[in-house]
Design a protein. Structure first.
Length: 92
């Protein structure tokens, strides 16, 4: 299956603005996060760059819905899903 990933903020420099990731048919969000973390050589489990994907410091949307309202990293993915990664924005 193919899932589109859109990154914003400082994650764009690590992942690019938009990319497509190919996964196994029964993949969950954790599988996608692991694949992205591997791509950017993230040193810690459940981290993308400096952002903890299990905590509140990174908003993760799947097809526009916050994954915390779904099954978090255990959310099942399907072909054509769109994952959006929104790190906090600081400044004014």
């Amino acid at each position: 299956m193919k899932v589109k990933v859109r990154a914003f903020g400082d994650l764009m420099s690590l992942l690019g603005n938009e990319s497509t990731v190919e996964l196994e048919a029964e993949a969950k969000l954790r599988d996608l996060i692991d694949k992205l973390a591997e791509k950017i050589n993230s040193p810690k489990k459940d981290f993308l760059g400096r952002y903890d994907v299990t905590g509140p410091d990174l908003v993760i949307l799947l097809n526009g819905r916050n994954v915390h309202a779904l099954k978090n990293l255990e959310t099942a993915l399907k072909d054509g899903d769109v994952l959006t990664l929104l790190p906090p924005v600081v400044g004014g």
